[in-house]
Design a protein around this ligand. Structure first.
Ligand SMILES: Nc1nc2c(c(=O)[nH]1)N[C@H]1C(S)=C(S)[C@@H](COP(=O)(O)OP(=O)(O)OC[C@H]3O[C@@H](n4cnc5c(=O)[nH]c(N)nc54)[C@H](O)[C@@H]3O)O[C@H]1N2
Ligand SMILES: Nc1nc2c(c(=O)[nH]1)N[C@H]1C(S)=C(S)[C@@H](COP(=O)(O)OP(=O)(O)OC[C@H]3O[C@@H](n4cnc5c(=O)[nH]c(N)nc54)[C@H](O)[C@@H]3O)O[C@H]1N2
Ligand SMILES: [Mo]
Length: 667
């Protein structure tokens, strides 16, 4: 049976290599590619039957025009010619009447492939549309890391194998990065200890030797408390600090003065003894490896927290020893210059920027001009964006023209005036990199498009032609665009085996030689002279002052990915529906029992859940895993009707976990 090589296109650090069995133009089975250097022949539960997504009976197969009310989901079939002409005409009318900035593109990570993901950029730039700040995930990691490490690349995930203490810090690796979890497990077999630092005992707790549950958003305080104890007890690596860092005297003085264990205990909810123990064990480990996840980046203090944690390995000199240091993400993005595709300079003038986390605001309140045309692709904002009530109100506006390019009739697509059917990654070519490892891969389509579906790149080519955009880029094929990207030289790709890449195999980027610390001072900057706050400190979260008693942690579900995979009945079932987990005391205090229908509410809205009483959830915390479609919600919203549009301290990031709620029995 013919076997095609492909790549998992989803927003996950593993970016697994896949092999696809093809029979009569159909994908009949999908496996992990044993030749992939990172994923090595295994994939997650979700992808093991990717063919069920690709050939799902629910795939959109042809363009649709709305006939019902917005959100109702009633459409009639149209041809591509009709649909493209209508979208072009409506976008042109919006631009003529209100100016091109009244058009807003909205996209995120439905596919991570470089061409399909960024396909809309040149089109919307050429129109002069508003620009979208794509910050829904964890952009605060970058300023946090850069304040200390500049452009120094982080650790390689395989370095964890050499560590004697792997810290899963705010990452649910067993759910969200199964191949990093496998490395942590291998390190454990070789004698390493594993810590989990989290807000509840998530799926990854089972592999940890020690589970450390902190009050949400307080990790920066914990790190400063550890630095206090390390400095106080003479456990800092003074030789490393003197030779390789700047600012240790100042950081040490601040930690000693302001972050004694008693104060840090009050901030984090840990006991002073635990803080002392953690500091001692971390400092005495030979090569502690911190894998920093996304959880703690979804708070108002995110960048400062990441920055503070990034100081820890330097304080104990961990960078000096193989396996020691911190990995916030893989740094392979440094290998790419996407400007031949994204083409900022096609803009007639720099257009305004709209933060994607504030879509509710953009649709309901933003003026000068008001958003009158919205084009959504590779994203499902009706479900995944914060403050769902405001987003749905905006999408329901009668005067808003909405086009959605999708694989399925999602919550967002139901509001569209025009729905265009999208291909899956098995039906179009692309070039993939990963944010969790250093392999890159080029995939051809393995099967023909399902129905009349088209890729992002093809659709923007059609729209560009219909709107009279003449730049030669719009006439190129996706494969020609891949060549454009590969033609930009980068030291990361020196000596790259092009034949192997073109044949569909994963190829590793090579970390170029460079300064050891790529910072302005050439050293690790524990004090950042140019920063508006030169020294790390504990910064409060947004919800710290909220009235509601429970922090809402809206973590990832192991069997779905954001709102993706909700199309698969068997995965939906395993994902368990809209469940809210509370600890036994919080449930008892409200007279609630396991299985009760409950309503969670706050100032923004309310959502219905089934209660699960769980000893894994500490006092003062509530956990809801997964981003469910409205179809699966018993009330009028999913968990994002409880999350706010507030942003992080730097990076304009989302603050999905920085919210509080209360809970009552539902009727
Ligand atoms: N409450 C809460 N909300 C969250 C999160 C959370 O933890 N809690 N996580 C947040 C995070 S980290 C992220 S990154 C965002 C993710 O936000 P999104 O990137 O919007 O994520 P998905 O829900 O996966 O939606 C992607 C959509 O793209 C479609 N798609 C896939 N491939 C293609 C393609 O090639 N072309 C087109 N046109 N469409 C395609 C899929 O069918 C799917 O509907 O969600 C955020 N929302
Ligand atoms: N199965 C599955 N895999 C996924 C996804 C998915 O939805 N499902 N989503 C993908 C995407 S888009 C992303 S961005 C990544 C995210 O994957 P991860 O990096 O694992 O991030 P999260 O799942 O958001 O949060 C990880 C953990 O942080 C905890 N946490 C929350 N607040 C805090 C805090 O203040 N301090 C500490 N120490 N911990 C805290 C949460 O309880 C959670 O257990 O996963 C990707 N992979
Ligand atoms: Mo994400």
């Amino acid at each position: 049976m013919p076997l095609a090589r492909s790549v998992c296109p989803y927003d996950c650090p593993d970016a697994c290599g896949l092999t696809v069995e093809v029979e009569g133009g159909r994908a009949v089975a999908v496996h992990g590619d044993p030749e992939h250097p990172y994923s090595r022949g295994t994939s997650c539960t979700k992808m093991s039957h990717y063919e069920r997504t690709v050939h799902s009976p629910d795939r959109l197969r042809h363009p649709l025009l709305r006939v019902g009310a917005k959100g109702e989901g009633r459409f009639e079939r149209a041809t591509w010619e009709e649909a493209i002409a209508l979208v072009a005409e409506r976008l042109a009318a919006v631009a003529a009447a209100h100016g091109p900035e009244a058009i807003l593109p909205y996209s995120y990570a439905g596919t991570m492939g470089l061409v399909q993901r960024n396909a809309g950029h040149p089109f919307f730039h050429a129109l002069g549309a508003s620009r979208l700040d794509r910050t829904i995930c964890s952009p605060a990691k970058d300023p946090g890391w850069q304040a200390v490490m500049g452009r120094t690349p982080g650790l390689h995930p395989d370095d964890a194998l050499e560590s004697d203490l792997v810290v899963l810090w705010s990452i649910n690796a067993v759910a969200t990065s199964v191949h990093f979890a496998a490395r942590a497990a291998e390190a454990k077999r070789r004698g390493a200890r594993i810590w989990l630092v989290d807000t509840y005992a998530n799926d990854s707790a089972a592999m940890a030797d020690r589970v450390i549950l902190v009050r949400p958003g307080s990790d920066g305080a914990l790190a400063l408390g550890m630095i206090h104890v390390i400095a106080r007890d003479g456990l800092a690596d003074e030789r490393f600090l003197a030779a390789e860092t700047i600012g240790w005297p100042e950081l040490k003085a601040r930690a000693l003065a302001d972050y004694p264990p008693a104060r840090v205990a009050a901030l984090t909810g840990l006991s002073p003894e635990t803080i002392e123990e953690l500091a001692h064990e971390y400092a005495r480990a030979r090569a502690p490896f911190i894998r920093l996840g996304g959880g703690l980046t979804r708070y108002g203090n995110a960048a400062m927290t990441v920055r503070t944690l990034t100081c820890l390995p330097a304080v104990v000199g961990a960078w000096e020893r193989r396996g020691g240091g911190l990995m916030h993400q893989a740094s392979g993005s440094l290998a790419w210059d996407l400007s031949p595709l994204t083409r900022e300079e096609l803009q007639p003038r720099p257009a305004r920027v709209v933060n994607m986390n504030r879509l509710g605001h953009a649709l309901n309140e933003l003026d000068g001009p008001r958003v009158m045309g919205l084009y959504v692709y590779s994203s499902n904002p009706a479900a995944v964006a914060p403050d769902q009530g405001a987003v749905l109100r905006g999408l329901a506006r009668e005067d808003l023209f909405l086009c959605v390019h999708e694989r399925f009739l999602t919550d967002t697509a139901r509001y569209a005036d025009v729905v265009l059917p999208a291909t899956t990654s098995l039906e179009h070519p692309d070039l993939y990199r990963s944010y969790g490892h250093y392999a890159i891969q080029r995939a051809k389509g393995a099967i023909p498009p399902i129905g009349e579906s088209k890729s992002n790149w093809e659709v923007f080519g059609l729209l560009a032609r219909a709107m009279g955009l003449t730049d030669p880029l719009f006439g190129k094929s996706a494969d020609e665009v891949i060549e454009l990207l590969l033609a930009v030289p980068s030291p990361w790709r020196d000596g790259l085996d092009r034949d192997r890449l073109d044949a569909g195999y994963a190829v590793e980027l090579r970390r170029p030689a460079g300064p050891r610390w790529a910072t302005p001072s050439g050293r690790i900057e524990l004090l950042a002279p140019g920063h508006r706050e030169p020294l790390p400190r504990y910064a409060p979260t947004h919800a710290e002052e909220a009235r509601e008693p429970l922090w809402l942690v809206t973590g990832c579900n192991r069997f779905t990915l954001n709102s993706t995979f909700m199309e698969r009945p068997e995965l939906r079932e395993r994902a368990g529906g809209m469940v809210l987990q509370l600890g036994p005391a919080a449930a008892a205090a409200r007279g609630l029992a396991d299985g009760d229908p409950v309503t969670a509410w706050n100032d923004l809205g309310e959502a219905r859940f089934t209660l699960r009483v769980s000893p894994s959830v500490p006092e003062g915390v509530a956990v809801a895993e997964g981003v469910w479609w409205l179809r699966d919600a018993r009330g009028s919203g999913n968990v994002n009707s409880l999350t706010s549009q507030r942003l992080t301290d730097e990076g304009g990031g989302s603050t999905f976990y920085d919210n509080r709620i209360d809970v009552r029995r539902a009727p």
